[in-house]
Design a protein around this ligand. Sequence first.
Ligand code: ZN
Length: 484
Amino acid sequence: MARIRSRFRRAATLAVPALCLLVSAEAGAAPDELLDPDAAHEDHHHMPPAYAEPGWSMPPVSFAEPEYPLAAQFVEADSSNFTAGGITEVQYVVVHTMQGSYEGSINWFLNPSSDVSAHFCMRAEDGEITQMVNLDDRAWHVGNSNSYAIGIEHEGFVDDASWYTWAAYSHSAQLARWLCDRFGLPLDRDHIVGHVELPAQTHTDPGPNWDWDLYMALVRDVVGEGVVEGVVVDPDRACAVTATADTVLTTTLEDPAALGDGSKCVVPAGTELAVLHAGADMIGKRRVVLADDSPCAELGDAFATITHFDGFCSLDELAVTGASVALDGGAPIVVGADGAFAWTGVGAGAHTIDGSALGFRSVSVPLDHGGYPGARLVVRLPSTAAGDSTGGDAGLDTGDGDSDPPADPTTAGDGDDGGETGGSAPNDPEDDEWPLPATFGETEESAGCGCREGLGSSAMGLPLGALLLLATRRRRATALRRPR
Ligand SMILES: [Zn+2]
């Protein structure tokens, strides 16, 4: 992205002196460091300023597959810059800032004289990830904690917040979540830490410009690998939610000012939205799934500032109690009182979810997901008793399952299904929306239902498939995979 590139040139010029932030680790070496020959290694020690400047090209990739399914490639760090098999027990996922460029840092880790490395490097522009050290191997990035830590290096500079892009946050959060799931780490700040927070470190990254609240909200929001979860709702019970202030719905958690017109919707005070689902609090916002005829429905799912709206319903009031769902023709499961359901171990590829309930028209919904992250759905089950003139054709509605999802189905789940098991290209920055929160499906605490009249299925243009929010995220994978 040109904007980033030009920013980079400016930042690089400004930030070369920032490398002086790094002081000699050896100067303050603790006894343990003296006993362990690589214990003192932190990231980017003595990185020559030239490596922080633009113009480096990506080195040839290795034939080895990256372990992280969403990594673009594996480029192994020089073998003198990490300890093979040196991970003792993973206790931390560590957030770093490169103090340099993506390509420059990758080349630095390839330089035998650098004595530093990290498991992953991430590009700011689009969140592309290159794995450089396998997870069993001890990368040299956090000194005494190297044996216990997996490191993610983020392109950019501590003193320039513009490097901490939405793409970086969102794709790094996916990686951090995958690592936490893999190593059984709690999703908290005791285990997902900044370099500066580990003991006996000499670095300051990622610094005060890194938004930990946003990052942790995104980490917790990701749907786990192979997980398909969702909720079955009755579209006739859409919740009338009123804007109490002039506000803006957005398709990401970014500042509306940073988003284009297609990614936000202006909502004047007093506007009534028809909400089919609202997720839990994510840094002061809730992800809402809007009925087809609601204002701003063109955004698909969108984030609403909690304090700007009144009238959110309890999920129980929207749920189709007693509904059952089946995956790929398998045994049906009955949803909970809040309409929630989930499957685990769902492989990448095309799937079908059938939903049914007494008094409702059955629906069949296609789902194509990449395995990691998982997928999250809102299934709309239209009532046959709501004056729907087409209700007589109750049965599977197989063709239209995605006819009324968000305008761009790929926007529904950046955190949903971006990858395939065998690895995929980085996510498209244009797709940067996020799925419903991890607490999706839990009962909300809000007051009574604002269920409104007049949202009968006929008014909603049903039939149409019923499923709504297809948390599909197309991987652009193959096109960007390296040649074999
Ligand atoms: Zn660091």
